[in-house]
Design a protein around this ligand. Structure first.
Ligand SMILES: [Zn+2]
Length: 282
């Protein structure tokens, strides 16, 4: 059974990793809104069942925070719902559905990774059916959710703010206690810093990250600080014409308070270096 933690009177989150990317749901009193669908349709189906049994309500909405597979591959379980995302996220999912997760590629992944056979059985990409630019207000009875596109982690990345209970679901804009994935081709560290500053200004009580445990604004501060220092250092190296391969990840970068994932930090250095250089060359 997929376990959810009740974090406020109406908000529940699964952060134990069974869905890979964290998923959450909100009891809107007359229906349920899910946020993200995880990486396995089979697990998403179970999560939906748990949510509906817990609340005695039907799921009406699925809000997608960004296009990464560990947040959207369970979408097919919510095909009867209003599936909401930013237009940019929609476009990126559509591109992935045609390329990375085409029918043939899905078959290939399953063949190469037999452990996926059951979990990805019948997997197909289901696109959002309601899109927005910048901001979407979801009103259901007396409950209001604000979905806001801020970008940063990926183009189109959005957060879900439930003001009434002072909770913000930020998905991968925050990897709590975990090294972030900042290697996406549409990722932009400077935009990401701005996004985190916008979220911080909401002064939420509780922050639900895309990976890792439930957390607070303090953790957002930690990442703003780390990203700022990181971007500053890389900018300096770009200005000095220091070659990318000469950057030593242990000596030349700011310290990170948790375990550093070596593959991820290398991707991040490379991506941030090229992004900053690209902006300077313009
Ligand atoms: Zn992501």
């Amino acid at each position: 059974m997929v376990e959810f933690i009740k974090i406020t009177p109406s908000v529940y989150a699964h952060v134990m990793g069974e869905t890979r990317g964290n998923v959450a749901f909100i009891n809107l009193r007359t229906s349920i809104a899910f946020i993200d669908s995880g990486i396995y349709p089979t697990v998403a189906k179970e999560a939906r069942k748990v949510a509906e049994e817990t609340t005695g309500l039907k799921t009406k909405y699925l809000i997608i925070t960004h296009y990464h597979s560990d947040h959207i591959l369970g979408n097919q379980v919510f095909e009867d719902c209003k599936i909401i995302s930013s237009k940019d996220t929609y476009n990126l999912i559509k591109k992935d559905a045609e390329e990375r997760f085409s029918e043939d590629n899905i078959k290939k992944y399953i063949k190469e990774n037999p452990e996926l056979r059951d979990k990805w059985k019948g997997l197909r990409i289901v696109l959002p059916n309601e899109t927005f630019e910048e901001k979407y207000i979801l009103k259901e009875g007396e409950k209001t959710l604000e979905i806001v596109q801020v970008g940063g982690h990926t183009k189109g990345s959005s957060y879900v703010y439930f003001k009434e209970e002072e909770v913000v679901i930020v998905s991968d804009l925050l990897f709590s206690e975990t090294f972030p994935y900042a290697g996406d081709e549409t990722s932009d560290i400077q935009q990401w810093i701005k996004a985190l500053q916008i979220i911080k200004k909401l002064q939420p009580n509780i922050v639900v990250p895309g990976h890792g445990p439930i957390t607070s604004v303090k953790e957002i501060d930690t990442y703003i600080h780390y990203f700022e220092e990181f971007a500053e250092k890389i900018e300096k190296y770009v200005k000095e014409d220091k070659p990318l391969e000469d950057i030593n990840i242990e000596k030349d970068l700011p310290s990170f308070p948790y375990h550093v994932d070596e593959t991820r930090i290398k991707m991040m250095v490379e991506h941030v270096y090229h992004t900053i250089k690209g902006k300077m060359d313009k």
